[in-house]
Design a protein around this ligand. Structure first.
Ligand code: F6R
Length: 610
């Protein structure tokens, strides 16, 4: 959601903060602001719009200082206006606050504060925090922050500076990620590592309830009662190229093209060729734990939920364990019946999605063991899970998830191998070895699917003007259809729906006419002939058909308008390959429609609010 970056040290803070904000802009981009602390007190520049606008504003109205806090916003409370942009001040303009999250009792607090004479300038929930700190009576800023936060209900990752305590930044976390970057005589704060990577690879992830105090002399962490907290310093292994465009027009395109390598990275060191299994030490599951599993519940949101739907096929087929796949946002507010022996698999690229985190906590409270399939190392879901599989796909900056999806499926297949080879009804050694061999060929298959890009550009030119699209698939390809439709709608603003191909007859077929492009995800698997019948049904009604099939499946001739063939692979792995043309199609349509591909409207990467 919103992005925070802060700096305290010896250098001029503004360029560091602006650069950091630009790297975090994918988290939210309706407004941006910075507060610098210097001899003049706390000086804020902010505006509605992008970080580039803030950069221009600071060129016109420069401000200098060696400590400051900055923010890029994704509006929750209050419209995306300059006034509502962070940082927010108290009445005396001596305290400035940036905040991610939602203060749930902001209205009540605001009414009380106004009754006591405070003047509010914005419609945001965050401003209440500045006034609460202003009121708090205590010798240090961190104690005043603790008093203020004691009155607040909701979630926050926040940073505060005060002209009363120059060279100090106070940071607090509850439910919204914040990390510290540890440099040499300089310290950083960020809501994700991308903002600090060019300065330091040493980071400290704060836990809920932590309050960190930073100055050029060092940092310390306390809880709300001023008790010291020890947190480990983690070394990041992401390199700077991973967060640069590297010659690509957009991060999304770069990340689509990275997939042969990211699939390889997810597999690296994990395939056991002799036993046809997977080495997954991070899972922390003993043979006894595996034997005791009676059901698997997969939790996720958006694209991660789609990966979970593929995971159901994978795990049921390889391990013969019943699997439910749940939207985390629904699960957390249900009263789910949890059987003993339920293993929960929480899937999340960011590891910070609020709904997935809360659903997982709910499952844990009901006695489930939790496995996290997470990309961002050290993220909250990764830390709170009992064990997990890191995707190792590198930072995903494009708001539309691409490489994380394919790595999630690969990680689910690894989990299937690991469980399946230990379960009595699971796959045999020969089957396991065959799948392991197939996995080694998967990066190459993805690379060959990427070679279809020129044809997909042609298709994009042909269909960019259409307003609707249907995506259909069966079995393991149904979640791919959902994912293809999601990619198109989120970055091109074209209405698209994914359906199980056979369900079309039960309603959506009424939509089909010559204006309706229908994308079939149709790899040659056990339902291929059924899907061909579904194509006939569309054809008979004049629909335009784009078919993604596998090489060797044969020409579909006049049954379809366009046929694109991806390399064949094992049926359970096919989503990793068939999704690639759909990602490219959505990307090129979005470019032709002049949409802001990496920053689609209304969206933010890492949804840390409900
Ligand atoms: C779509 C997309 C979102 C995310 C969803 C979950 O392209 O990126 O639907 O998949 O917000 O995010 P994570 O995986 O970080 O939990």
């Amino acid at each position: 959601m919103c992005g925070i970056v802060c700096y305290v040290g010896q250098r001029d803070a503004v360029p560091i903060l602006i650069e950091g904000l630009a790297r975090l802009e994918y988290r939210g981009y309706d407004s941006a602001g910075v507060t610098i602390q210097n001899g003049a007190g706390v000086v804020t520049r902010k505006l509605r719009g992008r970080v580039q606008g803030l950069r221009d504003l600071l060129a016109e109205q420069p401000v200098a200082g060696t400590s400051g806090i900055a923010h890029t916003r994704w509006a929750t409370h209050g419209a995306p206006t300059t006034v509502n942009a962070h940082p927010h001040h108290d009445c005396t303009d001596t305290i400035a606050v940036v905040h991610n999250g939602i203060i749930e009792n902001a209205d009540v607090l605001k009414a009380e504060l106004e009754r006591r004479g405070h003047r509010f300038r914005t419609e945001t929930d965050t401003e209440t925090i500045a006034h609460l700190i202003e009121e708090a009576k205590a010798p240090t800023l961190e104690q005043r922050v603790a008093i203020a936060l004691g009155q607040v209900e909701g979630t926050y990752g926040l940073a505060v500076i005060s002209s009363g305590e120059p060279g100090k930044i106070v940071v607090a976390r509850k439910g919204s990620p914040v990390l510290l970057g540890v440099g040499d005589g300089e310290y950083f704060v960020a809501s994700d590592a991308a903002a600090v990577l060019e300065h330091t690879r040493q980071v400290v992830y704060l836990d809920d309830g932590d309050i960190a105090v930073l100055s050029p002399d060092g940092y310390f962490i306390i809880d709300g009662e001023s008790r010291a907290q020890a947190r480990t310093v983690t070394s990041l292994d992401w390199n700077l190229e991973a967060i640069e465009l590297g010659g690509y027009a957009h991060f999304m395109l770069k990340e689509i093209h990275e997939q042969p390598e990211t699939v390889r990275a997810t597999l690296r060191g994990r395939l056991l060729f002799d036993t046809g299994s997977a080495r997954l030490q991070g899972l922390n599951l003993t043979a006894g734990d595996v034997a005791a599993i009676r059901r698997i519940v997969i939790l996720g949101c958006g694209t991660s939920w789609h990966a979970g739907l593929v995971g159901r096929h994978v795990l049921e087929s390889l391990a013969r364990i019943p699997v439910d796949v749940e939207y985390a946002s629904e699960y957390r507010y249900r009263d789910p019946l949890v059987e003993p022996g339920t293993l929960v698999v929480a899937i999340s690229q960011s590891g910070e999605t609020a709904d997935t985190l809360e659903a997982m906590r709910r499952a844990r409270a009901a006695g489930c063991r939790i496995v996290g399939l997470v990309n961002v190392v050290g993220s909250t879901i990764a830390r709170e899970a009992d064990g997990g599989i890191y995707l190792h796909a590198g930072p995903e900056i494009g708001v539309a998830s691409t490489k994380a999806f394919t790595s999630q499926i690969v990680a689910l297949v690894l989990l299937g191998l690991f469980l399946g080879r230990q379960r009595p009804d699971g796959l045999t050694e020969a089957e396991g070895r065959a799948l392991v061999e197939e996995l080694t060929r998967l990066p190459q298959a993805v690379a060959r699917a990427l070679e279809l890009e020129p044809q997909l550009q042609d298709l994009a030119r042909r269909y960019a003007g259409h307003h609707h699209a249907l995506y259909l698939g069966r079995g393991v390809s149904f979640p791919v259809a959902l994912e293809g439709a999601l990619k198109l709608k989120e970055i091109s603003y074209v209405h698209a729906e994914g359906y199980p191909a056979a369900e079309m007859k039960h309603g959506p077929i009424a939509l089909i006419d010559a204006e309706m492009p229908v994308v079939f995800v149709a790899p040659k698997d056990h339902v291929y002939s059924k899907v061909l019948s579904n194509m006939q049904e569309v054809r008979a009604r004049g629909g335009r058909i784009i078919a993604i099939t596998t090489e060797g499946a044969g020409e579909l001739g006049t049954l379809v308008d366009h046929q694109l063939s991806v390399p064949a692979t094992a049926s359970l792995l096919s989503p990793v390959v068939t999704v690639v043309p759909l990602q490219l199609l959505a990307y090129h349509i979005a470019v032709l429609r002049e949409c802001d591909v990496d920053r689609p409207r209304n969206l933010a990467k890492s949804v840390t609010v409900e």
